[in-house]
Write a protein of this length. Structure first.
Length: 67
């Protein structure tokens, strides 16, 4: 929980939103498209980029930061 929050805090607002909806609230791509007004392909692209950004942040984090 807290580690996810730490990573989320470092994401851009759009990426925070998409990860929150997709991963934390378990919403579908179609639901997110309806909520945000983005197209389905755009939601998928943004989700992909958000996950890539999360991976980069994770790789930079030291083990102490996980706690």
């Amino acid at each position: 929980g807290t580690m996810v929050r730490k990573i989320l805090e470092q994401l851009s607002p759009a990426n925070q939103l998409i990860i929150t909806l997709l991963e934390l609230e378990d919403r579908s791509v179609k639901e997110i498209a309806e909520l945000t007004g983005w197209s389905v392909p755009l939601v998928k692209v943004r989700a992909f980029r958000a996950r890539a950004e999360m991976k980069k942040i994770l790789q930079k984090m030291t083990p102490e930061q996980y706690l």
